[in-house]
Design a protein around this ligand. Structure first.
Ligand code: SF4
Ligand code: SF4
Length: 191
């Protein structure tokens, strides 16, 4: 999103524009996983760069912020990575540019292993972008993994039988209200 900025310190986006495809931009009613209509593919930049939305100006992925090694630029990894805070929980977010990429990438697996002992690692893909209730994987310390689909979570722990948990009633209700709001926002035209 910041392909031609010169104020990024030692790093700049260079030929990468993966976040312009993978991330949601509400100001443009752009869904995650759908290439932005303003992507200038030939120039590998943004055709509205001087007037791009604030969120595009502000965005710095983990690589651009210096949190990943130089060779791990998102277009080379095939995924956009961020450390995000949701309430008191901080997690590593890995957004694959296509489903199954994480499983096929030794480098992404190594990065996830490095982080999961200190924070949850959430893996999502860009399949079913119109569904705000898409399933995702959560990697936790000591090999524990949660596969979350709707109200249900499959808990995988090394050496333990598979466990299936359903969200308690109150959390299910809150989750459905949040989903309803997100669906409404996805369907609403940009203001
Ligand atoms: S407006 Fe420009 S910077 Fe923002 S997502 Fe689209 S192409 Fe990327
Ligand atoms: S994913 Fe990161 S490096 Fe790539 S264009 Fe976006 S901010 Fe720049």
């Amino acid at each position: 999103m910041n392909q031609v900025d010169a104020d990024q310190g030692v790093r700049n986006c260079g030929d990468c524009s993966l976040c312009c495809q993978v991330l949601r931009v509400d100001e443009l009613a752009k869904l995650g996983g759908v290439p932005c209509i303003h992507q200038d593919v030939g120039a590998k930049g943004c055709s509205i760069h001087p007037s791009r939305p604030k969120i595009c100006r502000a965005y710095r992925c983990l690589w651009l912020s210096g949190g990943l090694a130089e060779p791990d630029r998102p277009d080379r990894l095939g995924a956009v990575l961020d450390v995000v805070a949701q309430g008191p929980v901080v997690r590593l977010e890995i957004r694959e540019s296509r489903p199954g990429l994480f499983e096929a990438s030794e480098r992404l697996a190594a990065i996830a292993e490095e982080y999961r002992s200190s924070m949850p690692v959430r893996i999502t893909d860009v399949g079913n972008v119109l569904d705000p209730d898409r399933s995702y994987r959560l990697l936790l310390p000591e090999g524990e993994e949660h596969r979350v689909a709707g109200d249900w979570t499959e808990v995988h722990k090394p050496g333990r039988p598979l466990e299936r948990r359903r969200l308690p009633w109150l959390e299910r209700t809150v989750r459905r209200l949040v989903l309803r709001l997100r669906r409404y926002r996805l369907a609403a035209p940009p203001s």
